[in-house]
Ligand binder design. Structure first.
Ligand code: HEC
Length: 222
């Protein structure tokens, strides 16, 4: 009995060790490989070896390839994803190009950018949701600069009584005389790149959403 157990343990160890031999395109021994290999074409991974996975199944794919092969025979070099033409710039679903004006172009942006979105009630309502998510905590629900982050918190400190802590000073009052007439392009640019004490939000908020917020801020300022 003991020898059977030993042989079994040795066998198990050998299997475990060989299954660890992963490198480059070889992913090591897989348990239930059908679960890892995508049947449809994958844009970023593809298996070019026509025989890969031939041990696994007897399905006849017609052109003689085996289970894991998923290259696209109609594209150049059997690639799954085709190369875009040279100098292609991706556009979003509206056909808009990426926003390229740099941080120091505020004056130009404020003067020349027009909000490409219409002023529908639904769009302004979306702008409000976005404003409440990304701006409210500093600029406050009505835009006067009294958000919770700006105000900080009042804490009771031994011997010092009520102390105001963690205030974020200098948050702009969007309804003040200095800002109430700024253009939507100005707001869009400031959201994108930040300004002075305000950080940039361009990487968190999509171009479309930034325009929605700009529209909503104008309604707040009225
Ligand atoms: C972390 C706090 C904070 C958040 C979040 C924040 N802001 Fe600001 N914002 C500031 C501060 C501080 C200033 C004043 C910047 C300065 O003049 O130094 C400012 C200034 C502004 C200005 C005036 C720019 C000018 O030309 O003087 C606008 C417009 C503005 N913010 C819009 C927004 C919008 C819209 C959002 C939401 C997407 C937002 N801010 C999010 C802190 C914040």
């Amino acid at each position: 009995m003991r020898i059977v157990t030993n042989i079994f343990l040795a066998f198990l160890t050998a299997v475990l060790l060989t299954s660890c031999g992963a490198s480059g395109d070889r992913q090591g021994t897989e348990y239930a490989p059908n679960m890892y290999h995508s049947v449809p074409y994958e844009p970023y991974t593809q298996i070019v070896d026509k025989d890969a996975g031939s041990w696994l199944t007897s399905i006849d794919y017609g052109d003689g390839h085996a289970e894991f092969y998923n290259s696209n025979q109609w594209n150049p070099n059997a690639m799954n994803m085709r190369l875009p033409p040279a100098n292609t710039v991706s556009r979003n679903k509206h056909g808009w190009l990426p926003y390229r004006l740099g941080k120091d172009s505020l004056a130009f942006a404020a003067r020349s950018l027009k909000n490409p979105l219409d002023s529908t009630a639904a769009l302004i309502a979306e702008g409000k949701i976005l404003y409440d998510t990304y701006c409210d905590h500093c600029h406050g629900a009505t835009g006067t600069g009294d958000g919770k982050v700006a105000a900080g918190v009042t804490v009771e400190e031994p011997g010092r009584g009520q102390v105001q802590k963690g205030t974020y000073n200098g948050v702009a009052n969007l309804k003040g005389d200095a800002l109430k007439n700024i253009s939507e392009g100005h707001i869009f640019h400031v959201i994108t790149h930040g300004k002075g004490l305000m950080w940039a939000h361009g990487s968190q908020i999509s171009v479309e959403d930034r325009w929605k917020i700009s529209k909503y801020v104008k309604t707040l300022q009225k």
